[in-house]
Design a protein around this ligand. Sequence first.
Ligand code: ZN
Length: 144
Amino acid sequence: MSELLHLACPHCLAVNRLPAERLAQGPKCGVCHRALFDGHPIALNAEGFDKQLQHNALPLLVDFWADWCGPCKMMAPAFAQAARTLEPRMRLAKVDTEAEPELAARYAIRSIPTLILFRGGREVARQAGAMAAGDIVNWALRSQ
Ligand code: ZN
């Protein structure tokens, strides 16, 4: 009898329940049938963010960024690369602080890019400033 993990679908936000051993087998959403992990960070608005925060058995690593921010754009490929390494151990997501200022305010984001690692709905670590892919992976694994 294996533990069932709760995972919010990145596409339709339906909450899936799946055995832990299926994580590495390319699981699909039971509702929209799209891949629960596709190796890319998912873009979250406030609704999606709360779903991923509250219905997610995995650590959630969020990149708070904005379109006008040069270092954010520089870090984007590194964050995408980190997603390919860290999934499905973690869920990687991005929040556009211009589009979602209430999320930026809720977490008192003072500079971007800022990475926040959540576990069980709570912030466990944060890091401001652009990082290389390997540093993102190492920091996230160390902090989870
Ligand atoms: Zn779905």
